[in-house]
Structure formats: C-alpha cells, structure tokens
Design a protein around this ligand. Sequence first.
Ligand code: SF4
Ligand code: SF4
Length: 355
Amino acid sequence: MMIKNEYISCPYLESGISFKKNSIDFCCVAHSNNKGCTKICSYEGGEIPINEILDRRQQVISSIQKNENTSCKGCYLLEKRSWENLNNKFTNIILAYPDICDLSCNYCYVSKYNNKLLHSFGLDYDILDTFKSMAKNNLFAHNALVLLAAGEPTLHKKFDAIVEFSTNYNLLVTVCSNGVSYKNSIMKGLESNKLFLICSIDAGTSEVYSQIKGRDKFDVVIRNLKQYALAGERRGVQVKYIFTNENSNGSQVNEFINICVENKFNKIIISRNFTSHGVHATENKIDLPPAMIEGIIYMIELLVQFRLEFDISAEAFRSEEVELLEKLYITKNDENVPLKQIWLKSKYKHYYHHQ
Ligand code: SF4
Ligand code: SF4
C-alpha cells in the first residue's frame, strides 16, 4: 500500500463518485448553505471518464491547498492527513438520483420538486451498465461502499438490479429508504449482511408522521421495518429521528422509543431539520430551539435506559451544539454520556438522507 504525503482532502475527493441524472460529482454532501456536491463533469452513461476524473480531482485538491474558493471550501469533511493511494479505484459510489419520492417531508428539497421531476423520470442512462463497466475495468476498491439515496431509491427502475449486482460483487450497500415499499432485494441484502438500511421515522404516532411526511404511511413503514429488522441478526437496520418543531415534545419521543423497544429497532440516529433554516455544521454558533434541546436530551435518557445504540448526525449538529447537549445531559442526570465522541465517530458513516 502506497501512502501519499499529508495534504488537505476528504474521502470523497480521494475515491468518491456520485452519479446524478446528467453528471458525476465527487460526493453528495451539502454544506455551508448551498455549497458542496462538488461536480466532476457531465455524464450521460457509458464508460466513466477516468482521466477526466483524475484531472478534476487533482485540480480541486490543488485549489484546496491554496485556500482558493472551491465548492469544497468550508466543508466539515476536509482534513489534513496522509491519504492512501487507491490506484484509481473507487471506495464511495453514490447513486444520488432519482430525486423523486412518494412522501413529501416538510424538511426535504425533493418534495418541492416531485411533480416537475416525475415528468422527466425515465430518461436516465442505464446505471446498471455503468456498474458493469466499472467492474469490468476493475474500478471498485475492495469492500467499496455503494450508497443508494436522494429521493426514494426504491422507486428507481434499476434499484433491485443494482442491489443484486452490488451484493453479488461483494460491495457493501447502504440504502436510505422511507420504508413505504417492502423490497425483497433489501431483505435479501440484509440477510447476507452486505446491506444496511436507514429509514427516517421522525414520529411516534401516525398523526405527527402524516403532518411531517405528507402521507399517512406510519403503520406500513413500521410493519416493513419490523420485517427487515429480523434479518441478518438484527444488525442492518438503523432508524432515524429527525427532530423538527412538530416532533420535539416528550410524548412523541416516548412513543417513538416504545416502538423501537417493542420492535427491536436497536440502532437509532438522532438528527434534526437543518435545511429549513440553513444551518451549517461548521458555523460557530448554537441554533437549537429550547424545545428541541429538551426533546433530544429526553431521547438520549431513554436510549441510555433501554441500552439502545445511537449515532448523532455529524451533518446535522455543530460541534458547539453537541458540547452543549453533553453539558446539559450531565447536569440533569449526574452522569456522562460521551455525546461529542459519538458525534465525531459518525462523521464518516454512511447515513446520508438529505439531512
Ligand atoms: S470536501 Fe466536502 S464538498 Fe468537497 S468533495 Fe469532500 S465531501 Fe464533497
Ligand atoms: S426526506 Fe426522504 S422520504 Fe422524505 S420527501 Fe425527502 S426523499 Fe422522501
């Protein structure tokens, strides 16, 4: 293994590729109020332009060293260290479209464009062909990660084929799904321990779920997740709670945790709605409403009480906010839970779902 010198970069610049409708990007990370998702070039299918990718990678990394104003500037994933030379192989492969969804969460950009994008749905290039040509050209790194997200990925016409191809090829797949449709391909992937599912529930009752997500699919989603959670020794399913104004109260949190305990949803992700008010994780300020702070602290108390594993979304909370939560938790409970460490650890985990 050849190690390069120390310089500022991120895992996605080094070995990421994110497929969009008409382009490829390095990542699907949004940061600093509308920056991020750094573009590589236009793309409409076929063999991926590896030389163009390498040139663009070099160009962006070089601009970052000079502190020039790139779309990466300010990103919380940049760090100075040695980076492994992966010999042009990709470790983070992201399928960041279809950009449509059958829910309309009030915090999500996709729901704003659903109708418009539905008309153009179906014009996409054949992503399965792309994956096959990448395999033929030996472009997947060992144990590379495939993230299927952005919109509802199960609505993509090649969803099952991509999951099947990736797991057969020994790639690890993360699916961010709203859980409305039950998919055999997800179940099979979970059973093989090569697929991880992340699903935002965001509520403890169907009333609040409908309020946030625009459709009453609460019972259907819980039923599907209950099935999925049984697979692969209960290791593959993570449920997410995106705190919003509607669900920060104690009773919603309580109901949600009851559902997790009852159905053995053992891995929880705590997030918050940050798109609506333009929060950026590296800005140096605290912007959590008091009711949300109370709701989060209460959820952590319950998670600790029921010994449920949890992550704190590094995209959704700033360092100062997590420090405040940790301090308040200690003051209230007279015991320490290392929230800052949990938050730091989740920085590079795949849990992207627009939040
Ligand atoms: S630094 Fe941030 S915006 Fe730039 S490629 Fe990496 S993750 Fe994407
Ligand atoms: S957050 Fe996910 S489930 Fe909700 S509208 Fe957006 S894509 Fe759909």
